[in-house]
Design a protein around this ligand. Sequence first.
Ligand code: FE2
Length: 274
Amino acid sequence: MRRFDLISDIHLDFWVKDAHSLWSLNKKIRRFAAQLLPENGSRTLLIAGDLGHSNQQNYMLLKFLKEHYQHIVLVWGNHDYYLSRRRIEDPGGFDSIDRIHEMRQLASQLPGVYCLEGTAVTLDGITYGGCGMWYDLQYGVQVLKSDMNHIFTTWRTVSNDYALIRGKPRYTMDMFKSEQAKLERILTESDVLLTHVSPDWSRVPEGKQLQVSTSFYYFDGAPYFQRIAGKVWCFGHIHHRMDYTMHQCRFINGSLGYPKDNPAGPKRIVSIDI
Ligand SMILES: [Fe+2]
């Protein structure tokens, strides 16, 4: 039996409010993160994106988790590109890519943490490959039969990805293409695929099926479905846990989500046997 652990969409800054000192912030983060640990965790933790809005907080979280896991494998989620209002309004030039560079740099200080960006790593006999991926708006086109103009205008109106991302990732279709090229690089060799965005819109949560904004949560995975038999595909972005098989591939969402998604307190990291 091979095993790994999975979580995503931690959105740390929604769970832990800033503190008056780094020491007390760190303490709060450790107290929160201890509640996520599973009873019988494995050696490897996968994080399918959306750590949180603050790199400093994210680093403290990874540092704590690294005390409990031999390896942490992660990809970036759309929220990991978000800038604070102050940064968005600052003409100084710091953009979302700078934020990712900084986070990658911080993560590199922790041995055994792997940020997958169209790359793969083999740990205890399992090859994990991944990238954040991005939505392609095709759910709106193919399922809702909506036109691209309408979907795009809705995206600009309602999505925080438009409001809080600056720089290259804001060109959302270019972002999709560059992430897609990364996925292509690792698809064949990976036993476990890790992306933030899901390629499969067959399990849209109840009540979301007819919403145009659902187009911002998936990409069209059809070109890949013939090539994923026997693999496991872990994803997040939708704050809805699920574990099902499609196209002979096991799809797993182990998201945490916001406090409002967890009225009984934070759900634990999921342990997966394959
Ligand atoms: Fe999220």
